[in-house]
Write a protein that binds this ligand. Structure first.
Ligand code: ARG
Length: 564
């Protein structure tokens, strides 16, 4: 049910079909204030072609368009303001949502095309950082939104599983490590070994040499080195998987940096053939002077390949294997230069599809205004954060609803949901101040608040014995009190569209907050369950709200318990 579409079609006809309805639709606004109606069409842009003042055009247009869904048309300056017929619109909209259920709001922007999403991508043998958490949460939501827009998302975990650090790690493990310890607590143990290596190396330079040797053996395929590397990788991944499971995030591929070991030579050759490689300080680089970027380092003087070279190989591999329509990289903004260079080099290689790539940057997670670093004591281990959040949610349940069934499951849904929502409710470029108390509040702009609103609406439906299907026409004399909620419900498809176009899940997060607040206000003012001729209409509206809230939360990666 798209009322904007209907208006756009009428406008297009009234303008002698000179401008397609699809273009006009994009210009239709939702007025900031209710007193200006439900839809507004600004006429400024027509003044030039029509050789008339925009106000006159607005006046003329307002006389030409008419529809049973319009109650009133008003002209204010250059704007045609439309007041929708509440009765007709409410009935149509609610019927539509109840019929479509969770597919309400689905769009066909992608026509089934693939979109690869490089996300999460933690580094093996190191703790999962807050930056990796942000990447996981944002990437997962973008994948869900993409899917809703009929793209086919592929979530790729580009693990940091190769590099000189593995030579150091193997050296440290052979000197001081114990298999049992690593198995018990892989990340903590491997990190400790890594830190010890650096401490000892300060007084014993031979360690550095030893580390270099082991990395060389690893690159040459030495069996012992490879076995240890594989084992570190497996153990780390097992630990990361626990986090992914808690958060209900799955991946389509774990092809990390190591996966491209044998795929970089062809890229370097190709760069040579295209005469893009230049020697500089004994290293090979691609100059990006025209692009006003620093040169992109392809091969170091010792022949070792770099992060950028792997990403070149990865981008080409993804295009060849997935034939993506879009390729996204959800990585912190401190890597913006890297991705600019990556895209610029691919462009220089003649790959037009480089334009389909997008870096999706995000800000930092702060603690007391400072960057949270993985080094030294500042580590906040993500798994601990999630578990802490879950146990606080559990406490909350004990206080508020001690008889609830499935307390553990609900506590997980709420605790994890709080962490995810806290991340997504602000535009991704903003830095976030980390605070568990803030995340778990049941009021204000939090995940638990929206989940709680959903559960409350579900409880109303249970008490009203709502049958999930409409049994009769929805009757209501006046939809005035409901109108705010209805106008939000109407906005859902547009919200999804904006969220995808701007790669910005916060649009959906803000939307579910708005809808939840509007519904709570309505619930405070109107007795939904009171016996009356309107009871079915009110329940039908409440049911629509549950469908949209649940779907909105799902698009953010949150679950919605029916009781909490
Ligand atoms: N592992 C990297 C890091 O932790 C992020 C990788 C991002 N993805 C990529 N294709 N470069 O910084």
């Amino acid at each position: 049910m798209n009322f904007k579409k209907e208006l756009a079609a009428l406008l297009s006809t009234s303008l002698d079909n000179e401008i397609p309805a699809s273009e006009l639709e994009l210009l239709i606004e939702k007025p900031k204030s209710e007193v200006h109606g439900d839809l507004a069409f600004p006429c400024f842009f027509l003044a030039k072609t029509k050789r008339k003042s925009p106000n006159v055009i607005a006046e003329e247009l307002s006389k030409k368009i008419a529809s049973p869904i319009f109650e009133k048309i008003e002209v204010i300056g250059a704007y045609v303001n439309i007041f929708l017929n509440k009765q007709t619109v409410a009935q149509k909209l609610i019927t539509d949502i109840l019929q479509k259920k969770e597919s309400y709001g689905a769009l066909d922007l992608g026509e089934g095309g693939k979109v690869t999403i490089d996300m999460s991508s933690p580094n093996i043998a190191k703790p999962f950082s807050m930056g990796h958490l942000r990447s996981t949460v944002i990437g997962n939501s973008l994948a869900l939104i993409a899917d809703k827009c009929n793209y086919y998302p592929l979530k790729i975990n580009h693990l940091g599983d190769w590099g000189t650090q593995f030579g150091k790690l193997i050296t440290a493990y052979k000197l001081w490590g114990e298999a049992e310890q690593v198995r018990k607590n892989p990340i903590k143990e491997l990190l400790a070994l890594y830190i010890k290596f650096h401490e000892e190396a300060q007084t014993d330079p031979s360690l550095v040499e030893e580390g270099r040797k082991w990395f060389k053996r690893l690159e040459e395929g030495d069996a012992e080195a490879l076995t240890l590397w594989q084992w570190f990788r497996d153990e780390s991944l097992t630990e990361f998987s626990r986090i992914y499971e808690l958060m209900n995030v799955q991946f389509d591929s774990f092809a990390g940096e190591a996966f491209y070991n044998d795929k970089m030579d062809p890229v370097v050759k190709l760069l040579e053939e295209k005469q893009l490689l230049v020697e500089s300080d004994q290293a090979l680089v691609v100059e990006l002077t025209e692009e006003q970027l620093p040169p992109c380092l392809i091969k170091k003087s010792d022949g070792a390949t770099l992060y950028a070279t792997r990403d070149l190989a990865a981008a080409i591999y993804r295009k060849e294997n997935y034939d993506f329509k879009k390729s996204l990289y959800v990585v912190g903004h401190e890597q913006s230069l890297h991705f600019k260079q990556l895209i610029a080099v691919l462009d220089k290689m003649g790959y037009g599809w480089a334009q389909q790539m997008d870096h999706v940057p995000f800000g930092m997670m702060l603690k007391d205004g400072k960057k949270m670093s993985t080094r030294k004591g500042k580590v906040i281990l993500l798994e601990e954060v999630l578990n802490e959040s879950i146990s606080m949610a559990r406490q909350n349940i004990e206080e508020k609803n001690p008889n609830l069934l499935y307390k553990d499951e609900v506590a997980r849904q709420v605790g994890v949901g709080a962490v995810i929502f806290h991340d997504l409710k602000n535009h991704r470029m903003n830095d976030i101040e980390f605070s568990l108390e803030e995340m778990l509040r049941f009021e204000g702009e939090t995940g638990p608040y929206v989940q709680y609103t959903y559960a409350r609406a579900c409880s109303i439906l249970r008490k009203g014995q709502w049958q999930s299907e409409l049994s009769a026409e929805i009757n209501h004399d006046s939809w005035d009190k409901e109108w705010k909620v209805i106008s939000y419900l109407m906005e859902f498809p547009n919200t999804i569209k904006r969220a995808f176009e701007n790669l910005d899940p916060s649009q959906v997060a803000k939307y579910v907050i708005d809808l939840a607040q509007a519904f709570n206000k309505y619930y405070g003012e109107v007795k939904i369950l009171e016996e009356s001729a309107e009871q079915q209409a009110k329940l039908a509206l409440t049911a629509s709200v549950t469908i949209v809230l649940k779907e909105g939360l799902r698009l953010l990666g949150l679950e919605a318990p029916e009781e909490m």
